[in-house]
Write a protein that binds this ligand. Structure first.
Ligand code: NAP
Length: 251
């Protein structure tokens, strides 16, 4: 019997795989044995090269997920290039910061479209394939703002709170079809997404003081949770939002 975390022979699609958390998760899945479809608007060339260096098959798939136009093609190209689709990691996301009194419709729609609408329709496209081929694993990337309110990020909080509900709803509908739908809620992770916070001396200090682990997380810190939720080790885990936050929510 294979190791419960073994992903050999599985094909994983990761959106936003060129950098940050998406790259960290893609390489963790590759290290566990999965072949990688690295999806995004900036070509994930480095991620693909590193996955290939681990002995995996890996392909760049170009897609701008600010609209749902590419979702069907992402699934088709993955199957065409890698022969299947077993794991989907909905990681691509953006954030816009402004006072709620001044927040624009453009900043609302841009975040909701990328962080929530495309996540649902890509999950739908992938699940149609998974249902017809014996199941699969879907992992959405949530946030501390799936649980908390945050400040000056109204569309981000709405989108990530929506990810929590959507993850549970899809688990309810698809668990009986052999698909596990779960989420990872990263804490404060040092990436482009949080560059402004890291650069703000007082916010940076406040954040560090509140994290029991005493440091920002790294994209690599997300890898173990992703491998767990992508593998048969999590076959009976459904609709769960797994915080990987250095203890932030426990505080
Ligand atoms: P990041 O370094 O800014 O990476 C975001 C990724 O999403 C990039 O690959 C980016 O591509 C991609 N992306 C954005 N818009 C896209 C679009 N329209 N089409 C295709 N790809 C698009 O940020 P990150 O911190 O790794 O964020 C990854 C996920 O984790 C996001 O969902 C974020 O909300 C979530 N998250 C992050 C933290 C944190 O502390 N960093 C905490 C909780 C949740 P480009 O490089 O081309 O822009």
């Amino acid at each position: 019997m294979s190791h419960p975390f073994d992903l050999a022979g599985k094909v994983a699609v990761i959106t936003g795989a060129n950098t940050g958390i998406g790259q960290g998760i893609a390489l963790a899945l590759a290290a566990a044995g999965a072949d990688i479809a690295a999806v995004g608007r900036t070509p994930a060339t480095e991620t693909v090269e590193k996955a290939r260096a681990l002995g995996r098959r890996a392909e760049v798939i170009s897609a701008d997920l600010s609209t749902i136009d590419p979702v069907g093609r992402v699934v088709d190209e993955t199957i065409e290039k890698l022969g299947g689709l077993d794991i989907l990691v909905n990681n691509a996301g953006i954030i816009r910061r402004n006072d709620s009194l001044d927040f624009t419709e453009e900043d609302w729609d841009a975040v909701m479209d990328t962080n929530l609408k495309s996540v649902f329709f890509l999950a739908q496209a992938a699940a149609r394939h998974m249902v017809a081929h014996g199941g699969g694993k879907i992992i959405n990337i949530a946030s501390m703002l799936t649980f908390q309110g945050g400040i000056r990020v109204p569309s981000y909080t709405a989108s990530k709170s929506g990810i929590g509900g959507l993850t549970k709803l899809l688990a309810n509908e698809w668990a009986s079809k052999g698909i596990n739908v779960n989420a990872i809620a990263p804490g404060y992770i040092a990436t482009n997404n949080t560059a402004a916070l890291q650069a703000d001396e007082s916010r940076n200090r406040q954040i560090m003081e509140r994290i029991p682990s005493g440091r920002w997380g790294s994209p690599d810190d997300m890898g173990g949770a992703a491998v767990f939720l992508a593998s048969r080790a999590s076959d009976y885990v459904q609709g769960h939002i797994l915080a990987v936050d250095g203890g932030w929510l426990a505080r």
